[in-house]
Write a protein that binds this ligand. Structure first.
Ligand code: NCD
Ligand code: ZN
Length: 346
């Protein structure tokens, strides 16, 4: 039996949804994580300061008695976003970041940005006040192959935006390629990247060989094994630019197991066990605390959590539920396809 104690982790990219789904999934995150950056892609999206405040109140109200959890709110960048409203929301502590979705890139991104010149004034204001831009880094051009959309986005959109807006603080979300690892490693300026649990554990073979596995389908889509290896190397490197954002994104099973299934992997419940598994395989358990608990707060200018959690490794496999039941319907939990031996002690 081995144990590992870490500062309590945070999740720097999380979808909690709303209503019955929010009530069902929030405890799964709050059990292990102290804070999370909450994605604003509701229907309709969280676009104004007042929307973020109201959503935060709904999250607080959904938290079961006896649990503590701090949602770090974001606003959804649209071509009509008001720089003054963003500044007020940030300076009054309502939000911690702004999310950029290229229009059409992923779930509920229709209100996202088409013409990046239209958001230039907002981005300039954000750079001035130190408000972080979280980026869904994929182009939506139908001519670009879905497996190339992240790499092309870096060249055509992200790098030009960063050059045009010096000082802009950027989080490249859920990176999936060695191209993104290289860009984040080598480029100057304030930039970090979140890496999901599932992108460390699966590649496109897991999703497609021997049958199509809808619960492995997410965006950005999992890439070939060499990219997965690059992500694993970055995650265990101890480079503080790479930290955890699970992108845990619940959809009910009927919306995943269908002819045109939604993108999103739900991993909140077993993420810490999965990460311990990955870091152990990489011989880097000593790097897990940096990745899950220290580098994210540093990137966002926050203190790490004071409390700790302890993970325990058993020789026997630890059972995790196949699904969690929510008032919106059952949600399948990420299954890495092999036994897990770690659990978080209560
Ligand atoms: C996310 C969702 O379902 O909201 N889906 C996903 O596959 N990651 C949206 C996103 O982060 O792209
Ligand atoms: Zn996401």
């Amino acid at each position: 039996m081995t144990t590992l104690t870490l500062r309590r982790p945070d999740d720097w990219h999380l979808h909690l949804r709303d209503g019955a789904m929010l009530e069902g999934v929030l405890p799964e995150t709050a059990r292990h994580f102290a804070r999370a950056i909450i994605m604003p892609n509701l229907v309709p999206p969280v676009v104004r300061s007042t929307d973020a405040q109201a959503y935060r109140d709904r999250i607080d109200a959904a938290l079961p008695a006896g649990m503590t959890f701090t949602p770090l709110m974001t606003l959804y960048l649209t071509e009509d976003s008001d720089p003054d409203d963003f500044a007020t929301a940030y300076e009054s502590g309502v939000i911690n970041a702004v999310k950029l979705y290229p229009a059409g890139a992923t779930t509920n991104s229709a209100s996202g940005v088409r013409d990046f010149d239209k958001v230039r004034p907002v981005l300039e204001r954000m750079a001035e006040i130190g408000l972080t831009l979280c980026v869904h880094g994929e182009v939506t051009d139908p001519d670009i192959d879905i497996f190339d959309r992240e790499a092309v986005f870096i060249d055509r959109v992200l790098d030009p935006i960063r050059r045009a807006t010096p000082g802009l603080r950027v989080t490249m979300e859920h990176i999936t390629t060695s191209d993104a690892v290289d860009y984040v490693t080598d480029t100057a300026g304030h930039i970090g990247a979140t890496i999901t649990t599932h992108h460390l554990m699966i590649n496109r073979n897991h999703m497609l060989v021997g049958g199509i596995r809808p619960h492995y389908y997410c965006l950005p889509v999992v890439k070939r094994a060499t990219h997965q290896q690059a992500l694993r190397k970055a995650a265990v490197s101890g480079n503080p630019r790479f930290f955890l954002g699970t992108d845990s994104a619940p959809h009910t099973d009927d919306n995943k197991e269908t002819a045109c299934g939604c993108a999103g992997v739900f991993s909140a419940s077993n993420t810490m066990a999965c990460l311990a598994h990955v870091f152990e395989e990489e011989g880097a358990l000593d790097k897990l605390e940096g990745f899950a608990s220290l580098f994210g707060p540093a990137h966002y200018g926050l203190e790490p959590n004071v409390e700790t959690i302890t993970l325990e490794r058993s020789d026997e496999a630890i059972p995790y539920p196949a699904k969690i039941e929510t008032g919106a319907g059952p949600v399948t939990l990420f299954d890495p396809g092999h036994p897990l031996h770690w659990r978080v002690l209560d």
